[in-house]
Ligand binder design. Structure first.
Ligand SMILES: *Cc1c(COP(=O)(O)O)cnc(C)c1O
Length: 231
């Protein structure tokens, strides 16, 4: 029999706790975002029953259906995928935190849509820390300017940074990228830009979340280790 969602989740939570403690951090400062893209409702319900409180989705339409189906549940929904400006309207309706803002154009659209809903939308700035051409995110050199441009938008609240490093089988190879995001966080925090909060660092997935926590992650986005391989 395949391992239950409940026991997979428990193992992930235990690993988060262990690595947080061994790196001198309070485990409560690391939040688990259970990534449920392509996962059907039943396993998601099982995860909620087992204690998941934050779900991460990559596709607006898919998330919309799930959020509707699960609206009785106390879940915070996060958007972690690439967001097109024409989906901004739905994104601000559906998500508590959008991890993937990487352009002023997208930020302006989100701000406009959030204003119409009388909402302050929490966002993270997605950084393309490895400068790969195929990845989303703003290049490291452009981050400070982008943060300064977004900061005055009244219906957005910048809460931190997010990255997706290149995939390596050896988790230790991603450490420099996580460390670089952390340095960028400190650099921006030191500039004390009004209305900018740099608390959150969204980094680490199934293959590398322990290294990410050692390097300061406050949000880890974990799918496979909880739900199994995606179809
Ligand atoms: C799919 C996805 C994850 C989760 O990846 P796993 O390796 O399954 O844990 C995390 N972050 C983003 C942005 C994703 O698209």
């Amino acid at each position: 029999m395949p391992e239950s969602i409940q026991s997979r989740l428990k193992r992930v939570q235990d690993r988060i706790k262990t690595v947080a403690l061994s790196s001198g951090r309070d485990p409560k400062t690391v939040k688990l975002v259970a990534v449920s893209k392509t996962v059907p409702l039943d396993p998601i319900r099982a995860a909620i029953k087992a204690g998941v409180t934050v779900l991460g989705e990559n596709y607006v339409q898919e998330a919309r259906e799930k959020i509707e189906a699960l609206k009785g549940e106390k879940i915070s929904w996060h958007f972690i995928g690439h967001l097109q400006s024409n989906k901004a309207k739905y994104a601000v309706k559906l998500f508590d935190l959008i991890h993937s803002v990487d352009s002023l154009k997208l930020a302006r659209e989100l701000n406009k849509r959030a204003n119409a809903l009388d909402k302050v939308q929490k966002i993270l700035i997605q950084v393309n820390i490895s400068a790969e051409a195929t990845k989303s995110g703003i290049d490291t050199e452009g981050v400070v300017d982008l943060v300064r441009q977004i900061a005055p938008l009244e219906n957005l609240a910048i809460c931190g940074l997010m990255t997706m490093p290149p995939y390596f089988n050896a988790p230790d190879k991603v450490r420099p990228y996580f460390r670089a995001l952390r340095s960028l966080q400190v650099l921006i925090r030191d500039k004390a830009i009004p209305h900018v909060d740099m608390t959150e660092l969204s980094m680490g997935m199934t293959g590398d979340f322990e290294v990410a926590i050692e390097e300061g992650a406050t949000l880890v986005r974990i799918g496979t280790a909880i739900f199994g391989e995606r179809r």
